[in-house]
Write a protein that binds this ligand. Structure first.
Ligand code: MG
Ligand code: ZN
Length: 223
């Protein structure tokens, strides 16, 4: 009895989500926006990665950011300080973003003034993978201090990702167990065509040219 009742509810939720996703996509196509969902564990460098991408591209592209965070606006303030439009979503107890929240945020943003939209997902390697936000690309970050085995431990989020980026690559010399080949190898076992980049900081120099090149050439992608 219980089970029969639950199935239609789940179907209704899935259906509603699909409607939101389609609406978000239509909005992105209409406004020539390409959207990137940035995912990774807490502390892997998602905000820094978005900040540095902004620093590299601010003069070339109109960028906006949606910040997902359980409770604070700390990351959003960092982005705002770069002079970029940022919309904060505080998820409270919820450990991921969903299409309903993104749709609400987009309704309050000036979409005609955006080329590239970055969504910083909640730091979590589990449930963001099962929530389609209408994004064009899913980017999973793996920082060097986390070790090379995250793709093996969290295969679902890697399977659903389009791009994997090794962050904090400047620390490689301090983590002999972590090699770029090992991490990318594990990721490709799960998702053979995953696109791979690594980024690093050398003093004040931001090393992410290959990622930036790819980003500038990224096409709309109704995934
Ligand atoms: Mg952050
Ligand atoms: Zn969650």
């Amino acid at each position: 009895m219980n089970k029969i009742k639950q199935i239609p509810v789940l179907e209704r939720v899935a259906k509603a989500n699909e409607i939101f996703v389609n609406e978000i996509r239509e909005n992105f196509r209409k406004n020539d926006i390409i959207c990137f969902n940035i995912m990774g564990s807490p502390g892997c460098g998602k905000t820094t990665f978005i900040e540095n991408t902004i620093l590299k591209l601010k003069d070339k592209k109109k960028i906006a950011v949606i910040e997902g965070d359980l409770a604070t606006t700390i990351d959003a303030e960092r982005i705002r300080d770069l002079g970029v439009d940022v919309f904060q979503i505080n998820t409270g107890a919820m450990c991921h973003l969903d299409a309903r929240l993104i749709r609400e945020a987009l309704a309050k943003m000036d979409l005609s003034n955006i080329d590239l939209l970055f969504i910083e997902n909640v730091g979590n390697l589990v449930c963001p993978s099962s929530h389609d936000l209408g994004e064009d690309y899913r980017i999973i970050l793996a920082s060097v201090p986390e070790g090379p085995h995250k793709p093996k431990k969290y295969p679902v989020i890697y399977k659903e990702a389009d791009v994997v980026v090794i962050t904090k690559a400047d620390l490689l010399e301090h983590f002999p167990d972590f090699t770029v080949e090992t991490l990318f190898g594990h990721a490709k076992e799960i998702k053979p065509d995953i696109i791979t980049f690594k980024v690093a900081l050398k003093g004040k120099e931001i090393i992410m040219d290959e990622w930036i090149q790819w980003l500038l050439n990224a096409k709309p992608n109704n995934r």
